[in-house]
Design a protein around this ligand. Structure first.
Ligand code: C2E
Ligand code: MG
Ligand code: MG
Ligand code: MG
Length: 289
């Protein structure tokens, strides 16, 4: 009897698994067409320093699915990575973000820099450095307008290879950030050799700031970053209590719902206008935090 039950449980699971993979295949086929159908869109989330000045925006991908509505990148980026679709999608993201920066410049809207997330597969494309250089050249933008975000796992998959690539990107003048810092396995030995500009403190540590241990971890990350010459930016800042704690810990910059959510271009421009001020130091963006 136990055997029969076991078998039916097994059948139940396979049916469920088949259903799931069918749904995945459907989504993958739809994602394949999403680029052509212009269903992909970039949202932008402001990044500020502790004086409340805009230091840049992070480009975050959204899929406007005709039936499902807005699909989160947490759902489709893994799918895009497994299928290799992340390569053309990632190229589109770079093109779009750089094109947007160029447009803002032409219209006198001063967004200092745009940060773009790179996936492992994209990072391993032999043409990446040339493509980035070409896109910046075509847009007549200084390379410092672009920052590329890499996670620890992307970098540490093949650290020596990654080091060479990062140096070539760094030599172009492109900024480099380590995303979700502290969640992966960071080798201090490599960290000191990487030409990194910013460490992004993962949201999970920011959430933990209400507790003593959380404070200790963020303090350690900031101290490590400072001694290696990296700027620190905290991700996922949602409360003023977190902000005050980060200020006390000398974290340099912040990004999170407390200031602004990721927004479509129109909303971002309205947000910028609301916070645009002419102060004693001249024109700039500034708001009370
Ligand atoms: P990420 O690069 O670590 O991006 C930060 C994520 O945190 C974003 O999620 C953002 O919307 C969210 N976030 C920002 N502030 C807050 C906050 O205060 N509270 C909370 N709870 N969340 C906050 P999103 O947009 O869903 O993106 C998820 C991940 O998908 C990104 O994590 C990134 O790894 C990936 N991703 C997004 N766009 C791209 C892309 O163009 N290319 C690649 N390769 N990956 C991307
Ligand atoms: Mg990121
Ligand atoms: Mg992150
Ligand atoms: Mg993340």
């Amino acid at each position: 009897r136990a055997k029969a039950e076991g078998r039916s449980t097994f059948r139940f699971f396979t049916a469920q698994m088949q259903q799931r993979s069918a749904a995945r295949l459907k989504l993958e086929a739809e994602l394949r067409r999403a680029l052509d159908k212009r269903e992909l869109q970039l949202y932008y989330q402001p990044q500020c320093n502790m004086q409340g000045q805009l230091v840049g925006v992070e480009a975050l991908l959204r899929w406007m699915h005709p039936e499902l509505g807005v699909v989160s990148p947490a759902e489709f980026i893994p799918l895009a990575e497994e299928s290799g679709l992340i390569v053309p999608i990632g190229m589109w993201v770079l093109q779009e973000a750089i094109g947007q920066m160029r447009e803002w410049r032409e219209r006198g809207i001063r967004v200092p820099a745009v940060a773009v997330n790179l996936s492992a597969l994209q990072f391993r494309q032999p043409q990446l450095v040339e493509q980035v250089a070409q896109l910046l050249h075509e847009a007549a933008l200084p390379a410092g307008c672009l920052e590329l975000e890499l996670t620890e796992s992307v970098v540490l998959e093949d650290p020596d290879d990654a080091l060479g690539l990062m140096e070539r990107l760094h030599n172009l003048g492109v900024g480099l950030a380590i995303d979700d810092f502290g969640t992966g396995y960071s080798s201090l030995n490599y960290l000191r050799r990487f030409p990194v500009d910013r460490l992004k403190i993962d949201r999970s540590f920011v959430q933990d700031l209400e507790q003593g241990r959380g404070i200790a971890i963020v303090r350690a990350i900031v101290s490590l970053a400072r001694s290696l010459g990296f700027v620190t930016i905290a991700e996922g800042v949602e409360t003023t209590a977190q902000l005050e704690q980060l200020r006390r810990l000398h974290c340099d910059q912040v990004q999170g719902f407390l200031f602004a959510r990721p927004m479509a271009v129109i909303q971002l421009e309205a947000w910028l206008q609301r916070h645009h001020v002419v102060g004693p130091d001249g024109e700039g963006w500034n708001f009370e935090i």
